[in-house]
Structures are given as structure tokens and as C-alpha cells.
Design a protein around this ligand. Structure first.
Ligand code: B1M
Length: 213
């Protein structure tokens, strides 16, 4: 039954069907499926399938946009559930998040923000297409513990390096982590970041370990 539901979630994203995605998310919660499982095993695989089909030229830009809308509709149902879990915990630290200059992919970073919030972190999300000056100004003004920089395009990864450099005056107190589909551990080391998260769960574990040190 769960497997059917996860399959339907994946398909709703591939089809770019927001109403269907939202109602499947509601159904999952009503059936006692965890919000995280619905995201991880249902909706995210749909986004990855869309990416593969786009790369193979079987889907096009408007299809990717429609799929993103479906994913966002599901997240709008599931996010409050995850945020509720975070609200019941004492603050574990403050994290500033954003996607690099020139990059408008938001879903992956929003997922990282949601899971950090669910784990008790206070998150300030600067959104997408964020320049390094804005990251540096906000990091100082908000007195954050960690700055997280997302990049989904090979061409916008360089922006992560710029952010690391712009935060020089605040380090090592402020930690910088990077992530996103094309980002690797090696890249993180090369640009002098404090760590790399493969996915949102890994980002949460990384932030926890950096703040414990
Ligand atoms: Co675009 N896009 N896109 N896109 N898009 C990708 C990223 C791409 C891989 C598709 C492909 O070709 N297979 C490809 C990039 C190739 C590359 O450079 N390596 C691509 C391209 C080429 C483009 C355009 C250039 C297309 C064009 O115009 N010709 C264009 C660029 C626009 C721009 O930013 N300037 C573009 C546009 C778009 C849309 C606007 C249509 C839409 C985004 C809508 C939106 O976000 N509101 C879109 C989408 C939807 C995708 C795919 C299909 C899905 C992205 C997504 O949401 N994934 C994507 C293919 C793919 O990802 N497989 C693709 C879901 C997310 C959960 O995935 O990466 O697993 P995932 O997320 C993980 C990790 O990345 C990690 O945690 C996340 C959660 O677990 N993570 C971090 C992310 N940030 C982190 C930060 C951390 C730690 C972990 O610490 C700070």
C-alpha cells in the first residue's frame, strides 16, 4: 500500500500535477506515513526522474517548472508537520541559508531548511540568486553559527567560493557548509568550506557535528 502511494507521489511530480501531489501528501499523513518518508521516498525520486528525463531531452523546461510546482504543493502540506517537530525542541543553533548568485533552484535548499528547522535549528533563508555581499552582511547582523550555500548548477558553484571568501572576517567562529547536486566533498575542501552535505539529512548531521566541536 505504502509502495503504491510512494509510486503515485513520484508520478504526480513527473506529471507536474500540484493538486494531485498535495492530496497524496495529505493522504500520506492521514495514513500515518511520516512527512520525511513521503518526501524522501515519494516526491524527491520524482524530481530526480524529471532531471534524468530533462538531461535525456525527453522533458523540457516547462515540464521541469510544472514538476517543481507539484513538489512545492506537496511540501506546503508536509513542511508544517516537520516544523512542528522542531518547535518542540530547544534551539540547537542558528543557520543562514541561500542559493548562489545566478541560481534560481529553490527546492533542494528549502528541503535543507525544513530538515534543519525540524531538528531544532533556527534558520534564516535568504532565498535564491543571492550574492556574497548579502550572505556576509546577513551572517554578521544575525550573528549566525553556520552559513549554508547551495548551488545546483555547475556554473554557479563558483559563487560558493565567493561566499567562503566574503566570510573570511567572521571565521573560524562562523562555519560554512556547501551542497547541491553538482557539489562534491573535494570541491568543499578546495574552496576552504568547513564541510559538504550530500543531502538534507547529511547537512543536519554536519551542522550538528560542527557545532559540537
Ligand atoms: Co534545473 N537543472 N535548470 N530547473 N533542474 C538541474 C539542476 C539539472 C541537473 C537538470 C539536468 O540537466 N539533469 C541541470 C544542471 C546541470 C548542471 O549544471 N550540472 C539543470 C539546468 C541545466 C537548468 C537550466 C540551466 C535549464 C535551462 O534554462 N536550459 C535552468 C537554470 C536556471 C537558473 O538557476 N539560472 C534550470 C531551471 C530549472 C527550473 C526553474 C525549471 C526548475 C527549478 C524550479 C524551482 O526550484 N523552483 C528546475 C528543476 C526542477 C531542476 C531539477 C529537475 C530538479 C531540482 C530539484 O528541485 N531537485 C534538476 C535535476 C535534479 O536535481 N536531478 C535540475 C530536488 C532536490 C531534492 O534534489 O539535488 O537531491 P537534490 O537535493 C539535495 C542535495 O542537492 C542537497 O540536499 C538536497 C535535499 O536533500 N543540497 C544541499 C542542496 N543544497 C544543499 C546545501 C547544503 C547541503 C546539502 O548545505 C548548505
Amino acid at each position: 500500500m505504502e509502495i503504491d502511494l510512494f509510486g503515485a507521489m513520484r508520478q504526480a511530480v513527473v506529471d507536474g500535477a500540484p493538486t494531485q501531489a498535495a492530496s497524496l501528501a495529505q493522504k500520506a499523513l492521514a495514513e500515518g506515513i511520516g512527512a520525511l518518508d513521503a518526501i524522501d521516498q515519494g516526491f524527491v525520486p520524482g524530481m530526480h526522474a524529471v532531471g534524468e528525463q530533462f538531461a535525456a531531452r525527453k522533458l523540457f523546461l516547462p515540464d521541469m517548472l510544472a514538476s517543481a510546482e507539484a513538489m512545492k504543493a506537496a511540501m506546503a502540506v508536509l513542511e508544517p508537520e516537520l516544523n512542528r517537530q522542531g518547535a518542540s525542541r530547544p534551539s540547537a543553533g542558528t543557520v543562514l541559508l541561500g542559493t548562489t548568485r545566478g541560481d534560481i533552484h529553490e527546492i533542494d535548499k528549502t528541503l535543507v531548511a525544513t530538515l534543519l528547522t525540524a531538528n531544532g535549528f533556527r534558520v534564516h533563508d535568504l532565498g535564491v540568486d543571492v550574492g556574497c555581499d548579502k550572505f556576509a552582511k546577513a551572517a554578521q547582523e544575525l550573528n549566525v553559527d553556520v552559513v549554508g550555500v547551495s548551488a545546483l548548477l555547475t556554473t554557479t558553484m563558483a559563487g560558493q567560493k565567493n561566499v567562503v571568501e566574503s566570510l573570511a572576517g567572521l571565521r573560524p567562529r562562523v562555519k560554512v557548509i556547501v551542497g547541491g547536486a553538482p557539489v562534491t566533498r573535494r570541491w568543499a575542501e578546495e574552496i576552504g568550506a568547513d564541510g559538504y552535505g550530500k543531502d538534507a539529512m547529511a547537512a543536519v548531521a554536519l551542522v550538528k557535528s560542527l557545532l559540537q566541536k
